[in-house]
Write a protein that binds this ligand. Sequence first.
Ligand code: HEC
Length: 460
Amino acid sequence: MSTRFWRIIKLTALLEVLLLLTPLLPAGHLVRAQSDSDGYTRVVAPILRERCIACHNHTTRKGGLNLESYDSLVAGGRRGTPILPGKSGESLLLKFIDGTMQPRMPLGDALSDNEIATIRSWIDAGARGPASEMAKASATPAPEPARRELPPLMPSRPSASPIGSLAVSSDGSMIAVGRYREVELLDARTGRVRQTLKGAGEQVRALGFSPDGRLLLAGGGSPGQFGEVRLWETAGGTELRSWRAHRDNITAAAFSPDGKMIATASYDKLIRLWDAGSGAEIRVLRDHTDAVFTLAWSADGRFLASGGADRTVKIWDPSTGKRISTLGDALDAVNAIAFDRSGRLLAGVGADRIIHLWQIGESGEGRRLRSLIAHEDAIVAVTFAPGAKSLATAAADRSLKIWDVATLTETHNCEPQPDWAQSLAFTPDGRLLLAGRFDGSLGYYDPATGRARSANGQTR
Ligand code: HEC
């Protein structure tokens, strides 16, 4: 068919969607759209339902992505949120359906140009969702729709971009918050932003302070293109170095406990070890058969653990790059792992909704200690409290829970989260639990009571 014909079809689709979606959101705002519109329900959802949900539903979740609802679409899959409102060109959803990213979606017959144009226009017009699912959004200070059962958020930055990573310095003075293309350094005592570090490509998915707190490490990149590491000096915020470390987005990055090495993991199935001083590659750890999502060092630096889409957790000897053991207990993708401070207890969580606890022996072999179905949907984050007596988990059902490690019993089920808390961190004194959420807000909890706090630890 002639290109002119297609141009008319596209224009028609564009006009139709634009009419449906006015007034427009300011382009480039990485926020969930706010006001109601039928655009999603009338034009986008039918395409997704017909062409995508066979493989992207709450049970199948190919690529970690569920396309059954607006909410689950925005929550995204393995690579994070697939839509950046106002930026179709940078949105994964579009890259996958127009073939910029492979495998082209849907697997099988491509969408028609018309369908692709419809989705593109919807994204460029702000990617609004249906009214019923918009109550949690907070795009503009305009009158808020009812927040229903949810308690007031910490409106640290109401229109901030999603929090993809969190780190607390080992002296407890600084908090780093990884967002879209930037990292905020907060003063831990007040929760105020001290400095904003720019330059990161797309969503910052991993953050870590060097043990002495002098350096901050960020991992991110561009899905399907490259994974990038960036290092800043925390004192002045000067960027020291950045390098392309992987062929796909970085999912996890961490300094070794002695600060000499950096480990990075990526969708490209690889883990790489780097010299923290020079940025030179030391070795590549290959054995995962699918994307690696998470990394953790044991406190003595003797072991590096990793987990990912291949449902396994692996324990490595970082000094040789040899794999010591593979823990195959998870029933689905492993999203997050954490060592306790002894380095001999490892927790792993993921799409199977289970907390797995393993004991790691002197030579790095793992033995399953306990497991428990802990949430009603995929668990997205896990972290030990500094004393290692308790453990916090957050899940896609928006619950945030605190557990007693010895018995693996729930001690607190915190307030429902306004959105996924993809990153969790305790302060080193164990007095606060931080939850970095997809809607851009940062929550603070008292782990002793499970109650919300303000940044300085006061009752709200
Ligand atoms: C026949 C099954 C199938 C259908 C139908 C399908 N997908 Fe997929 N999709 C997959 C698989 C498998 C993956 C994982 C591919 C990979 O990561 O290598 C995937 C991954 C994706 C991802 C990347 C998710 C992430 O975060 O990594 C997106 C976005 C996506 N699909 C969108 C769509 C859309 C939109 C449609 C409908 C237009 C669709 N898919 C239809 C099987 C399917």
